[in-house]
Design a protein around this ligand. Structure first.
Ligand SMILES: [Zn+2]
Length: 348
């Protein structure tokens, strides 16, 4: 945690450096994907042209803020506010504008890809169609979100004189205490688990021939062209997501059940749950935002979306709330389990 602001500054300057090299060579940042309709991809217009130059400049500004947070023993109020505001604006820009649904779809198709690549390595050759430069740039931007959230936390902790490692100042941690997180964590985790469950139930219903949230006519059309099965992989992942989210408030999410061979009875490493949950929390937000843009654009590419056919887009549009809820659920799990701080010795 001590080194987070320095790591953020280094990453920001590295990004600015690479971007400057690209721009001076007459290239562009991999922001735009011409295969996606402009109504759904805000970067395919003038905004993308603007960000092409604005992002490197923003990275330099952010780099200096992070560097100041690192260098000062006790950052002032203005710096703490600047770091927090920068983290907020950067996170919103990345998750609502720069990143789209491709990281999540990649994640959803990974099991499919892994199984198929064993039987037919030729499958991997189709992967570059995902647009690797755009995908890698989005992954870098998402990494930046993680770095900035931790840097803002470090700035606030250093400013307020709290422990840099755990953020505690007194024995009573307020809403961040383990006891408090145990209370607010439960409803938040249940809500976070419900959103992918709704999505999965609807997709499973279609595969079973039940027109849940869609018209019978559209179900028949999807049965004819095989589309009813296309969403099953992602629905299964969503269902697994629901179960794993519930693990954040259940015993098996903290201690491996006794009946599991070799590992039974061992404590689940905290970060084993927190890191994947946080990553999913971050990448479902842009996917939800993309679905909302798609729904509002009126051009849904032949997919009906109206009061009868709400099931096509609305469940995935809810993902924009899934992200913050899952992030809060992961935070509650972390706060409940982290125990005594190795640096300041405070507990609770
Ligand atoms: Zn501490």
């Amino acid at each position: 945690m001590d080194r987070m602001p320095l790591a953020t500054a280094a990453a920001a300057f590295l990004y600015a450096g690479i971007a400057a090299l690209l721009l001076f060579n007459g290239d562009r940042l991999p922001l735009q994907d011409p295969r996606i309709p402009a109504a759904v991809a805000p970067l395919n217009g003038p905004l993308g042209d603007l960000l092409n130059y604005a992002l490197p400049a923003l990275a330099v500004a952010g780099g200096f803020i992070a560097l100041a947070v690192h260098a000062l023993r006790r950052p002032g109020r203005a710096l703490a506010i600047s770091a927090t505001a920068f983290a907020g604006v950067y996170t919103a820009l990345v998750l609502l504008v720069i990143v789209d649904s491709r990281i999540l779809s990649m994640l959803g198709y990974l099991p499919y890809l892994a199984v198929n690549a064993i039987m037919d390595p030729g499958v991997l050759a189709s992967v570059p169609e995902q647009g690797w430069p755009v995908l890698l740039h989005q992954l870098a931007a998402v990494t930046g979100v993680g770095l900035w959230i931790l840097t803002a936390a470090a700035a606030v902790r250093k400013h307020s004189g709290a422990c840099i490692t755990c953020g505690r100042k007194h024995d009573d941690g307020g809403w961040l205490s383990a006891a408090s997180a145990g209370k607010w964590g439960t409803p938040v985790t249940l809500a976070a688990a419900a959103i992918p469950a709704v999505y999965a139930i609807i997709r499973f219903a279609w595969a079973a021939g039940i027109p849940l949230g869609i018209s019978s006519a559209f179900l028949r059309r999807m049965q004819e062209n095989g589309m009813v099965y296309a969403g099953l992989g992602l629905a299964s992942m969503a269902f697994a997501g629901t179960l794993l989210t519930l693990g954040l408030i259940q015993g098996w999410g903290s201690v491996v059940p006794r009946w599991v061979p070799l590992l039974g009875g061992r404590r689940v490493p905290i970060l084993l749950a927190v890191i994947p949950a946080s990553f999913v929390a971050v990448v479902v937000v842009p996917a939800g935002a993309e679905l909302i843009r798609l729904g509002l654009s009126g051009d849904t590419g032949g997919i009906p979306f109206d009061w009868t056919n709400w099931g096509t887009i609305a469940p995935a549009a809810l993902w924009i709330f899934w992200g913050p809820l899952l992030g809060a659920a992961a935070l509650a799990y972390y706060l409940k389990r982290r125990g005594t701080c190795g640096r300041c010795g405070l507990d609770g």
